[in-house]
Structures are given as C-alpha cells and as structure tokens.
Design a protein around this ligand. Structure first.
Ligand code: LIP
Length: 279
C-alpha cells in the first residue's frame, strides 16, 4: 500500500493509531481519576502564579509514554511535563488539562492527546473521566462524544452566544480584559473554565459558540483542533510558525460568528507570551 505521508505512515498505520487512542486515553484517565479521588495525596506545587502541578500530571504522562513506546516505538511524544519537539510522527499530550481545577477537586479537567503526522493534526481524543465524556475524531472522518456524532452550533445572534475566553499568566491581563469587555459589549455571554481542551470540545458539541485565547500551548489544543474541525467549527491558523514548541493564539468558533469574534477577541494583535508554560 502506497505510503500515505513522507513519514512513511500509510492508511492502515493511521487507523491502527486511531483504534488504540481511546483505550490508551481511558487507561490514562483511570490513573488520573485515582489521584483525583485522593486529593490529600496530590502533592500540589506551583510552576508559577496560577500554574498548578500535581503528581498526577507526571504519572499520567509517564504512563502514556510507556504505552506509545510499546505500541508504536517509531513514534515520538511531546508532553507538557516531560517536553519533546517536532517529529514526523508526533503524539502531543496534556496529561491533565485543567490542572487548576483538578488540584481543587473540580471535575472540569481532561486528558488531551493529539497525533500529528508531518505537521498535520490527524487524530484527537479529549477524555474527561470525572465527567464521563470522551471526545474523539480522525481528520476527514467526523467527531463523536461517547460514540455519538457531534457538530458545532448554528448560532448567528451574538446576543444568544456564549464565548469561552481562556487566560493564563503567560500574558499580561490587559489585552485579556479588553477583549472580555468587547465581547460583553457585543452582547455575548463570556465564561472561563480553565481547561482549554474542554473549552474547544464544548464548541465542537454545541454547548458554546467559541473558544479563544491569546496564547495557548500545542499540548492544550492538538486534539481539539481535529475534533472541532470535524464538528464543523472554524479555526484560526494555529498550526503556523513554531506552533508545536511555541504555541500560538487560538480561536475556534461557529462559522457564522467568525469575523466578529476574530476582531473582538483581538487574535490578530495577540501579544507574545512573557514565559512558556509547561516543560
Ligand atoms: C490550561 C489551558 C488553558 C489555560 C489555563 C491552563 P493546564 O492548561 O488548557 O487554556 O487558560 O490557564 O494553562 O495548565 O491546565 O494544562
């Protein structure tokens, strides 16, 4: 069978990875859930202001790396806690996205795993075990939540819209607050749940109409890029420049609101982060 990409990975190889992805994510989720259920043992430390770290983050990423080394030894892994870099066959994991929530006993967290082939996000899973929800997609083959097809909302009226606008201490608060003010001025409902991956998944399933953030890391969004695109959402050119190692601004919206929200969220004028999150 002809190689599907320069990486030499053919269609069967992509399907094999897709078939393994949900199972590996669930095993990682179960480990995370065991730690989540014993809050006194989390060993919470701070990587910086509002930048939480627990022992679960490292344990989940280590488990994921073992499973990929066993199943797909020729693939590379990049993760929030143990680092990595670009490669032709690249798994990108945020072992606990929404760590601030995880550390406080809030269920809004997930394991987010994407597979990027020759620079193109091909597979994604966002698994939220404490919520009983698993979002899954392969590029060109649709997106599901718990096996049921999902699609983004058809909202046209900003006064009926809900926008999640993410924040992190990687950027000064000014541009964030300015954008939030513009969104409220347009009649939007604005929220923040502190998990970028779940924020993108909620656009894909139609619970919200946009997720924006002036800077976010590749491990937060690699899975959501595939899931949201397959659900019919529109996404900015996040996969440009050194997106894998440096991140970028992100905007995911229902199609009808793209132009207005791109301007209101200030994506074109996003400042560069003062420090990188993660490893
Ligand atoms: C989170 C991101 C989110 C951001 C949070 C935090 P983490 O990642 O997914 O977009 O707004 O501040 O950075 O640290 O929970 O893995």
């Amino acid at each position: 069978m002809k190689a599907r990409h320069e990486s030499g990975l053919n269609e069967a190889g992509l399907w094999a990875r897709f078939a393994a992805l949900a199972g590996i994510a669930h095993e990682c989720g179960q480990l995370a859930l065991r730690h989540f259920s014993d809050q006194s043992s989390l060993g919470v430390t701070m990587k910086g202001s509002q930048d939480f770290l627990t022992i679960a983050d490292g344990a989940v990423e280590a488990l994921f790396r073992r499973r990929i080394a066993e199943a797909f030894p020729e693939d590379s892994v990049m993760g929030e806690e143990m680092g990595g870099g670009d490669a032709a066959r690249l798994w990108i994991i945020d072992p606990i996205d929404g760590t601030a929530n995880f550390a406080r006993g809030d269920r809004q967290w997930c394991v987010s795993i994407g597979f990027v082939l020759d620079g193109v996000p091909e597979l994604g899973v966002i698994h939220a075990p404490a919520l009983g929800e698993t979002f899954l997609a392969r590029r060109g083959h649709g997106a599901t939540m718990n096996g049921v097809p999902i699609k983004a909302a058809s909202t046209h009226d900003l006064r009926r819209s809900t926008v999640e606008y993410g924040w992190s201490p990687r950027l000064p608060a000014g541009p964030y607050l300015d954008a939030v003010g513009r969104l409220y001025g347009l009649g939007c409902n604005v929220k923040r749940s502190a998990s970028g991956a779940l924020g993108i998944a909620h656009v894909a399933i139609g619970r919200t109409d946009a997720y924006g953030e002036l800077h976010i890391n590749s491990w937060d969004v690699a899975a959501g890029l595939v899931i949201a695109t397959e659900a019919g959402a529109r996404i900015n050119d996040f996969c440009s420049g050194d997106w894998i190692t440096e991140g970028n601004p992100i905007l995911v919206t229902v199609p009808a609101l793209w132009d207005t929200l791109f301007d209101a969220c200030g994506i074109a004028a996003a400042p560069k982060p003062t420090k990188m999150g993660g490893a």
